[in-house]
Design a protein around this ligand. Structure first.
Ligand code: AMP
Ligand code: MN
Ligand code: MN
Ligand code: MN
Length: 285
């Protein structure tokens, strides 16, 4: 199978990744990535460092972000690529979403405490190098450390998803706002890992996915992730068809979070299906 040398989705310690921006870019370069986007959740603080190291190592760097969105009853992630990280509208929007995370963390800890698991807030914050982005992954790492589950994936299943004791509903950004911030900052909006929204217990059905893609496109969304760490090969084909149907470009990224924790390591992603128009097609890089 052909492999592409673009990886347009990954995380550093600025959100819930395990590697610093420098370590992440170094690993990407070692693994043959030629173009890398860092897309931390709701924060752009790692981009400067990552861009500098990328320049030193001779790889192309793309400024990115992954914005948490609430659409109807669903949490979605919208990746922004080629954003200006200093754009005031984007900066202010991201600051606003980050500001809700501490209270949500407190509620999650209270909820876990009611199920007999105490001390989680402090434990989780120890894993959050950037406390503004405290999130479920940090809780999961602490709960593994404390011996409640064998790995991060099991913690999510048992505690951190809808219907489980540590899950707290949260209002993230509006879909329209997130797209506007990204476009306002000169970037393009990409629907991240769509297959994650159609799988699982509280998943959206296919008609709802179509409504989402319709709305996303109408509001100025330009691309969807077709190849991503959490998609199976049949999902590459499925979302390639959606991309064609809705006239969207296709993106690919590992969604790497760190050694031992992710479905896929950085880079060496399978090629996009033939019919896809890659998101980088018009970038001239
Ligand atoms: P948050 O923004 O705090 O709700 O955390 C979302 C993050 O949790 C995602 O970006 C993933 O890194 C992680 N995550 C979500 N679901 C799972 C899962 N089932 N297994 C492992 N990690 C997950
Ligand atoms: Mn994450
Ligand atoms: Mn995501
Ligand atoms: Mn991600």
């Amino acid at each position: 199978m052909l492999m592409i040398d673009y990886d347009l989705h990954c995380h550093s310690t600025v959100s819930d990744g395990l590697l610093t921006p420098t370590e992440l870019v170094t690993r990407a370069a070692e693994r043959g990535v030629k173009f890398l986007a860092l897309t931390d959740h709701d924060d752009v603080d790692g981009l400067n460092e990552a861009a500098n190291v990328s320049a030193q190592l001779g790889i192309g760097f793309i400024n990115g972000v992954e914005i948490s969105v609430t659409w109807r009853t669903h949490t979605l992630h919208i990746v922004g690529l080629r954003i200006d990280p200093l754009h005031p509208v984007l900066v202010e929007g991201l600051r606003r979403i980050r500001s809700g995370r501490r209270q949500r963390a407190e509620l999650m800890a209270e909820s876990l405490a009611r199920s007999g698991i105490g001390g989680v807030l402090e434990g989780a914050f120890r894993y959050a190098k950037n406390p503004e982005i405290i999130g479920r992954t940090h809780f999961a790492r602490y709960l593994v450390e404390a011996g409640h589950c064998k790995d991060v994936g099991s913690v999510f299943k048992r505690y951190l998803v809808k219907g489980k004791p540590g899950y707290v509903p949260h209002q993230w950004a509006d879909l329209h706002d997130a797209i506007d911030w990204i476009r306002g900052a000169g970037g393009i909006a990409v629907l991240a890992h769509p297959g994650r929204y159609t799988a699982g217990r509280k998943a959206m059905g296919k008609p709802t996915m179509r409504e989402l893609l319709q709305e996303f496109t109408e509001k100025g969304g330009k691309a969807i992730e077709v190849v991503t760490g959490s998609h199976t090969p049949p999902q590459y084909a499925e979302f390639a068809r959606y991309a064609t149907e809705f006239g969207l470009l296709s993106s690919c990224g590992s969604d790497y979070h760190g050694p031992g924790e992710s479905y896929r390591d950085l880079g060496r992603l399978p090629d996009l299906p033939m019919e896809c128009k890659p998101v980088w097609g018009e970038w001239g890089i």
